[in-house]
Design a protein around this ligand. Sequence first.
Ligand code: MN
Length: 249
Amino acid sequence: MRILVSNDDGYFSPGIAALAEAAKEFGEVVVVAPERDRSGASNSLTLDRPLTVRRAASGFLYINGTPTDCVHVAVTGLLDHRPDLVISGINDGANMGDDTIYSGTVAAAMEGYLLGLPAIAFSLAKKGYEHLDVARSVAADVLRRFIAQPPVTGSPILLNVNIPSAPRDKIRGIAVTRLGKRHFAEPVIRATNPRGETIYWIGPSGSAKDAGPGTDFDAVANDWIAITPLDVDLTGRQWTDAVQRWAAK
Ligand code: MN
């Protein structure tokens, strides 16, 4: 079993060290991760400049690009083998509901999936890594289960795992969930830079809106490990008929 590990928080993040450690038990691990924090990078590819790959003292490879670049470069040429599994994280903070659209953690896994590989994104639901040891052992449990018997055979699958930030004995088990929904994002934060120019910081994401039973938000809030299977088809099927009628007028 050859496992490619990436993330969006950067190759130096405690979360990726924990995930690489968790994965070691199951085979040969290669880490290829961004050289700096690229949280929120989504599925972006760097097309306007070259990418370089360097090796850190930890043995981890890092690239001056996005999470998607890292997995893309690794799978399509850097590695001398095709990995059996791509994993990403452990992210410093949740990636639930609409976060998955913006998340670089999910994007790294999704790039593996788009390249035809099974992939799992791991996030620790609260920033600060207070329970990173627990998250590492949960990730190892999920990997053990997945590697022993993947949920589907014959096609790759993409899983988004959010781990509650809680002591191990508080975590109740795995809940298979759907993505919840967030309220619209908080307003942009306006400030003035030292030159007197107006600058803007993107504000925090909105609070949970659809956080009812069955959602990832609800599961994590109740100390369940939320596993949401993801797919990449953005087709708005509920609108197809209406648009068909509109277009035919
Ligand atoms: Mn991140």
